[in-house]
Design a protein around this ligand. Sequence first.
Ligand SMILES: [Zn+2]
Length: 265
Amino acid sequence: MKNFTTPIGAFLLALVIVGCATVAETGRRQILLINSSEEMKLGMTEFDKLKQSTPVSKDAAASAMVRRVGQRIAAVAPLPEAQWEFVLFDDPKTANAFCLPGGKVGVYSGILPICQSETGLAVVVGHEIAHAVARHGAERMSHGLLAEMGGKVLAEAMKARPEATQKLVMQSYSIGAQVGVLLPYSRSQEYEADHLGMIYMARAGYDPAETVAFWKRFSGTQAQPAGLMGKLQGYLSTHPVNADRIAQLEQLLPKARAEYKSAAR
Ligand SMILES: [Zn+2]
């Protein structure tokens, strides 16, 4: 085991233990240096911290809508062992949402005006749950561990540089605006989350056509209500959108609408 004390050795060991995985449904290969149970524990801990540091919304109707959308999508999303929780945070200046491993979904109230409706919220929640199912946060964190920690697996990195690792966790899971720059999802991750999210929302009985409308609102091709553009930038920085992405969404729509119609029956 001596060889595994160097960063490269640790990286190789990590690849042997955790290594490559394949995303269900899309079949894409990914590198993961953190296993599911470690990741789930992390998600639970971060969510608990967040609930203590960020006020939870007192808007009963909006909170109930977040729970309703979340529960309907959770019922069709393959996230085994999830302990689902859906919380609306009172933060009108933050237009963001996330799903931590373990099924902990947080929505910041600043994103609701962009969603415009329950179906619009289903686009966001479906997309975020899809990021969690495909383990994109763990993938981003693994890339960060490779780049910043010489490929240390998470447990080792946490021991060696706890603060840097903590920051990486926050950035990778798009939580806590206070850490500064959140890591943007890659194009293939965004496409995957769009694809899966659209299918989930359709199976949950929400019209997936809203996905195209929602991201068109984001892409800036349509006029924005005053004051919305600054908020849009927040979500756009982690979820880049361009014409290619809109075209791909439109391509996915017939398949998703077929799911929607059979769910409605
Ligand atoms: Zn995304």
